[in-house]
Design a binder for this molecule. Sequence first.
Ligand SMILES: *Cc1c(COP(=O)(O)O)cnc(C)c1O
Ligand SMILES: [Zn+2]
Length: 559
Amino acid sequence: MSFILRCTNCEYKAPYHPMESDCPKCGSQWREAEYDLDTIAKTLPQELPKRPFDLWRYHELLPVDSPNIELSMGEGGTPLIKANNLGLMLGCPNIFIKDERQGPTSSFKDRQAAVSMAALKEHGITEMVVASTGNVAIAYSAYAARAGIKLWAFVTSLVPAIKMREIALYGSQLIKVTETYDLVKKASAKFASQRNLYRNMGARSIPSIESMKTISYEIAEQLTLLLGSNEIKKEEIPHWEVPDFYIQAVSGGMGPIGVDKGFSELKKMGFTDKRPAIIGVQASGCAPMVNSWKKGLEVAEPVTNPRTYIETLATGDPGHTYKILKKLVDETGGAFESVTDEETFRAMHVLAKMEGISAEPAAAVAFAGLFKLVRAGIIKSEDTVVVNCTGHTVPPEKFVLGDNWAHNVELPKEAEASEKTPEEGILAALSHVVPERFSRVVIVDDTTEVRLLIRRILQSQGDFHLFEAKDGKEALRVIRRENPDLIILDLMMPELDGFGVLDELKADAKTANIPVIVSTAKILTRKEKNRLKGQIQALLQKGDFMSDEFLNEVHTIIS
Ligand SMILES: *Cc1c(COP(=O)(O)O)cnc(C)c1O
Ligand SMILES: [Zn+2]
């Protein structure tokens, strides 16, 4: 390791020590780590193939002398997952999910905790303070346990009880304060300075910011392999792919600041020629950065009374972080956007149903933001987008699932059941819960992925009998055989297209009255629209239909 801290206020350079948080010359707390990027650019490409895919892979770019294997729990190195169904639904084929749920404590705060604890341990520090909206305290508590560091965790009383118990489980001192997060932070700062303890200072803590960089390095390596346009080369300076957009739910703003620093370093080293646009998404009940950015303010207006269920994101006063983040959002051509709690819970449900990813509400904020920005045309169909899925599920039923999220099976009373085995009793009881006859739906589309998407959307409701056809001719055969309650029909297909299928269906009395929903990627001409008039029940534009709208149509038609 060779790095030095540069003061972003007066440019004075000084070595790093965790207990010295101020610039020795001007007293500013805002400093940045600088590395010998010229040398690293030459040595790193040869070293990487020998190293495991985790955060310490990039250790010469981290503020730790030597990685401490004893502390490591496999932090970093999370998968980058292609979101095929979301891509189809939104009409953007290149959406990728950086799945930070897969870290040791299931949020991207693991990176901060791992690097911070390694740095503290190296400098002989044995006690520290954090203020947290939940996940920082959990991650730091886990790594503190391994590092033998005593941790004081200050949280607001709104943090879900399940997260509080996890903090306590790791043996941390949990201080619950019935106040806003901003006041909890102030209380923890007082406590730390009275006792002269190291305190995690968010974006001013060098190990925390630096740890977040590893997200960008990983994304670049993974995207290069996934997009297949280039191989990771050892010898010369490699060319790595970076996305057009990086989207993240933002509270204190540490993530995007670190991630942008990573992409900027990659650019300085010549590994990439682009700096991705950064998009910060906040919950509308606590969106000081979004509101201030939209008003064009240089200094953020704090939100003194956050109103959101999404406690993880309830930083009401971003302070100087806003200034840093605004600058990089503007420089990269990014944006700030806010989403309501309702939009967030809906996005959370869509993500789980369509991609098999169960994320916590704070992480779902980023996805709700993605949906909004695609609709607004800020993210275009050809853009490559990485969304950070920042954290794991907290039991979601209360907000997301409504009342009928499970089938209750009650066994018949003993008298009635006397003739049957218990298994037969359960099956008999099940027949009351699950209807004998499902609505029958034929899905007609020549693209396998689209058939799979529509199947998945309907399936997640649980009560359809589904048939598929991959062209017009097969469609007519399947429809005549299965006599469905509904047909979902693509227009553009080889041989017999959707218009042809409709003509044949309408000409036959047996099929003339089956309802049809046309789903098409084609922008229809007036003549084509006229041709469909009176023939179909609904028209859905592919790439633009989100599952709930589509399901509403299906339900209205079938009932
Ligand atoms: C901390 C956290 C955020 C916000 O991260 P910042 O970059 O620090 O604003 C988002 N989502 C989850 C799950 C978090 O734990
Ligand atoms: Zn200074």
